[in-house]
Design a protein around this ligand. Structure first.
Ligand code: NCD
Length: 307
């Protein structure tokens, strides 16, 4: 059962709600591969992206169009009334009158929630600063389920920039609902924020922390790599200290579990050598494809008359 108006944070999802999204996504996967549909015919989705995006923006657009809907795009902020000083609240009120749902990505934490307070139609958070990225987490969970057969009780390592990376903030929380055993791998200066760690502890999740990836690689089922979020560092010197701190190569994987899958929300910088792409562990390109499937499910549930 899914009765949400907005998709703002994974904290607002129960395990049952997540499972209902994943089940519908599974049903819709053939449509993501091109099967014809008019499930969302007559519906309009508005895209408001105030930060760069390739996958999130284009997979939402693809999801909508493959289900027969249409998309309108705010485009770069310089080309809109935002450049005249219009507030986010007013922008959202206006565009909410044109579209059936809004997808918003913004550099400020809390902006999607703010938008939801003014929008007459559902708001989907496509990333708010270093805050949350719930639609990415749902496609991450879908990938894990498809590629490992289940989510429960897996051993998962979240690797890289755990401080500024919003995908890992949302994913860590969701994994705790499935009894995952979580290893947090980051340089000391980029540890998972205290608020999220305490959420995990309060759910009784088994959490280990380390900065050494080499040992962890051999003892997990899922390696979730992330990019160091250069644009969020107040000081470029600090970025330079941690840039290129982790890099997976085929050699680093020789003792990995057979069933290990490597995921990455993308874009990658140099955390994964392109030579890893041809190993049986790589799943990041499948993962980005599943973004279409899972976003179809969310759109259908929010504006297409339910599951
Ligand atoms: C991520 C993001 O924007 O948070 N990208 C994405 O949505 N696939 C990860 C990143 O930018 O590093």
């Amino acid at each position: 059962m899914f009765e949400k108006k907005h998709v703002l944070s994974m904290r607002e999802f129960s395990r049952e709600e997540i499972d209902s999204v994943l089940d519908l996504a599974s049903f819709l996967e053939p449509y993501a591969r091109g099967k014809k549909s008019d499930m969302l015919a007559g519906k309009i989705l508005a895209l408001l992206f105030f930060e760069p995006s390739t996958r999130t923006r284009m997979s939402f657009e693809t999801a909508m169009k493959r289900l027969g809907g249409a998309v309108i795009n705010l485009g770069p902020a310089e080309g809109s009334s935002i450049s005249k000083g219009e507030s986010l609240a007013d922008t959202v009120r206006v565009i909410g009158g044109y579209a059936d749902a809004l997808v918003i990505r913004h550099p400020k934490e809390g902006s999607a929630r703010l938008a939801s307070q003014f929008s007459p139609v559902p708001v989907l958070n496509a990333g708010d600063g270093a805050g949350h990225h719930p639609t990415q987490t749902l496609l991450d969970l879908y990938t894990i389920k498809k590629e490992q057969g289940h989510i429960d009780d897996l051993s998962v390592a979240l690797v890289g920039d755990l401080k500024y990376g919003r995908t890992v903030h949302s994913l860590a929380y969701a994994l705790s609902l499935y009894g995952a055993d979580i290893t947090l791998v980051s340089p000391p200066s980029l540890r998972m924020p205290e608020a999220i760690r305490s959420d995990l502890f309060s759910k009784g999740t088994s959490v280990r922390e380390t900065n050494d990836l080499s040992v962890v690689v051999n003892s997990v089922d899922v390696l979730y790599m992330t990019r160091i979020q250069r644009e969020r560092f107040p000081d470029p010197q600090e970025y330079n200290k941690v840039a290129r701190c982790y890099r997976l190569t085929p050699e680093s994987l020789v003792n990995a579990r057979k069933n290990l899958i490597i995921m990455h929300p993308l874009p990658r910088v140099d955390e994964i050598s392109p030579a890893v792409d041809g190993t049986p562990h790589a799943r990041y390109f499948q993962q980005s494809f599943y973004g279409v499937t899972v976003r179809m499910a969310l759109l259908k549930m929010l504006i297409g008359g339910g599951a």
